[in-house]
Design a protein around this ligand. Structure first.
Ligand code: MLT
Ligand code: MN
Ligand code: ZN
Length: 299
């Protein structure tokens, strides 16, 4: 199984256009602090990739990876489809950017699909440009990533009922946010990708304990960060993101795992945005890494 990390920032990116916080200012001064919105490319087969989440940066993310470039046919693309972990705008706005496609295949759970179709009106808006084929992301069992011969199997593990703000009154469902489990039936390797974690359910723990690779939500370093930084009156947990540090934080859940563990979806207020921050050493001592844009991981 081959994975490419296309981006590692939370909504807004790093730098965020209207933000002068130390992380965003640092990224303007030091290009290596920059991070595009969190996204992952998964190879389903030779020259055949699925992108996990469609970020506002999706066009630049495709351009940055030669393996995702079109050709040899004039409009032949190796991007075979999209997989969505949730319906948040930072993970879905890029769908409209792919409207030049001959067709778009989108795997998502039913609440996510309904939010995009009924609230964002994506089906109606994109209809005159391209045809969107929705595939249900299995919550029980797994299916081939491309719905055919790919040896990569995918399943969505329900994580939480956290809805995007534009769908705050939509019906409750435990699969508004899912963690993805990717399993390669040839190599036997598995990966868990969960860029949005409001909770750590038992099924996620089970998948993480069996996995070779775990990439999870590293939005905030600690629970007070959003309030301390002055960007919100809510804590990290209140915003639907388990913090990294502290009691109930994800670092203590990741540290005992046998898997290679990495954080993604870093908010621009997270001290980890600075490559020299001491928090990187704290994580390294626990055997945990911070993902960076452009990482390629073979399992
Ligand atoms: C989140 O991760 O909580 C959302 O993407 C926030 C947002 O973009 O409004
Ligand atoms: Mn987000
Ligand atoms: Zn900022």
């Amino acid at each position: 199984m081959l994975l490419q990390v296309l981006g590692t920032a939370a909504g807004g990116g790093i730098p965020q256009w209207n933000c002068a916080c130390p992380g965003c200012s640092g990224a303007r001064a030091h290009p290596r602090w920059r991070r595009r919105h969190a996204s992952l490319a998964v190879r389903a087969g030779e020259g055949h990739w699925y992108l996990v989440n469609a970020t506002p940066d999706i066009g630049d993310q495709i351009e940055a990876r030669p393996g995702l470039h079109p050709g040899p046919g004039l409009r032949q693309t190796p991007v075979a489809g999209l997989v969505l972990t949730d319906a948040e705008l930072d993970h879905t706005l890029g769908i409209a950017r792919l409207r030049e496609a001959d067709g778009l295949q989108v795997l998502a759970t039913s609440p996510v699909r309904r939010a995009l179709r009924d609230r964002l009106q994506l089906g109606a808006v994109l209809g005159p440009y391209t045809s969107v084929t929705w595939r249900e992301l299995p919550r029980r069992g797994a299916e081939s990533l491309d719905g055919g011969t790919s040896t990569v199997q995918i399943s969505g593990i329900p994580v939480s009922g956290k809805r995007p703000r534009y769908a705050a009154d939509a019906p409750d469902d435990d699969a508004w946010v899912v963690a993805l489990r990717l399993y390669d039936s040839v190599s036997g390797a598995s990966a868990v990708y969960a860029p949005a974690l409001a909770a750590w359910p038992d099924r996620l723990q089970q998948a993480a304990a069996e996995a070779d690779l775990v990439i999870v939500d590293g939005t905030f370093w600690d629970d007070e960060e959003p309030r301390r930084a002055g960007i919100s009156s809510r804590t990290a947990t209140g915003m639907g993101h388990l913090p990294i540090d502290g009691p109930g934080g994800t670092a203590e859940l990741l540290a005992p795992l046998a898997a290679r563990c990495l954080y993604t979806h870093l908010n621009n207020t997270n001290p980890l945005v600075d490559p020299a921050a001491p928090q990187h050493k704290r994580l390294a001592r626990l055997g945990i890494e911070v993902a960076h844009d452009g990482m390629e991981i073979e399992l």
